[in-house]
Design a protein around this ligand. Structure first.
Ligand SMILES: [Zn+2]
Length: 311
């Protein structure tokens, strides 16, 4: 039995770079940092390996040239910034992050979290990330304005769970789910309690569908858990000696139509047989849930929307 995980490879990044700024010899030395242009990068923030059904965060980033290009540009006076600090860049919140795997200063839009992250490879270089964020304030504002608006659930609204609409209500007693409503007492935790009901429904229904597909494949039932990952809809860890296979889903799948969520379940269950994304894997997927293409398109088109829902 192979020990490969569901997501064996990193996302292939599609980078479009303008290298002209750095490569062209300048007649007059330019002491400003040479901005290398915008880079479109489909790799997910944090370097998590991606599955094909991962959330297409489509982060766009702007970057500075490598440190070597800046060694004679004594522009940035070192200041004290720490990983996780929040900056205010002309009214926009920007989070500072140190990532040892990053090779350069960059700005990224994390669409799942609706925030801009200024990334530096080391804590010492955070001051450069801060300077870069201020320099690109217009770009940051534009990116944040283009994000889907955060959808805060409220009494009187409707939440669709696997395609079925549920009225969101305030009611006394324990939080509960009826045939057509989600209800919780009127207090400051109302929204969190409603989302907890939705998560519980996600675990129940996704577990049922996992049992269905695993049985169809003749495989033992894996353990099932839900989480709120920003970059993928599901993952599957094959069984190890003494441990059953383990499948984790994004609870937000319950916000998608049933057929779409069921495709992701079928996808992860197919990994119980094929720990790869080869032709035999896709044949199994299709056998379990039909043509994956429309479901994958739906997830790509609605990922940001599903991640915008909050308490
Ligand atoms: Zn997969």
């Amino acid at each position: 039995m192979t020990q490969r995980r569901c997501h064996p490879g990193r996302a292939r990044s599609a980078k479009i770079r303008d290298r002209g700024v750095n490569s062209a010899p300048a007649a007059i030395p330019d002491r400003r940092p040479a901005f290398a242009g915008l880079v479109r990068d489909d790799s997910v923030f944090g370097g998590e390996p991606l599955c094909d059904h991962a959330v297409p965060t489509g982060q766009e980033l702007a970057r500075l040239p490598a440190k070597s290009d800046l060694k004679d540009m004594n522009l940035f006076r070192p200041q004290r910034y720490a990983d996780g600090d929040q900056l205010d860049v002309r009214g926009c919140a920007v989070r500072l992050k140190v990532d040892g795997r990053a090779r350069r200063i960059s700005l990224r839009v994390d669409r799942a979290k609706s925030e801009v992250v200024a990334l530096a490879p080391t804590p010492r270089r955070l001051s450069e990330a801060v300077a870069f964020a201020h320099e690109k304030a217009d770009w940051i504002a534009g990116q944040l304005a283009a994000l889907p608006t955060r959808q805060v659930i409220a009494p009187g609204g409707v939440l669709r769970l696997l395609g079925t609409p549920y009225r969101l209500e305030v009611g006394p007693g324990r939080p509960r789910m009826t045939e057509d409503a989600l209800m919780a007492p009127d207090d400051s935790a109302w929204g969190l309690r409603i989302l907890r009901l939705a998560k519980r429904e996600a675990l129940t229904r996704l577990t049922e569908r996992t049992a269905h597909h695993a049985a169809a494949l003749g495989r033992p039932m894996p353990s099932v858990a839900i989480a709120d990952p920003k970059a993928r809809w599901g993952s599957c860890r094959p069984a190890r000696p003494g441990h059953p296979a383990a499948i984790r889903y994004s609870w937000r799948l319950v916000l998608a139509p049933f057929a779409v969520a069921d495709y992701v379940v079928a996808h992860e269950c197919a990994h119980l047989v094929e720990a790869n994304h080869g032709p035999r894997f896709w044949a199994l997927c299709e056998q379990l849930a039909g043509d994956p293409a429309p479901h994958r398109r739906w997830l790509r088109a609605h990922a940001a929307e599903l991640h915008a829902i909050s308490a």
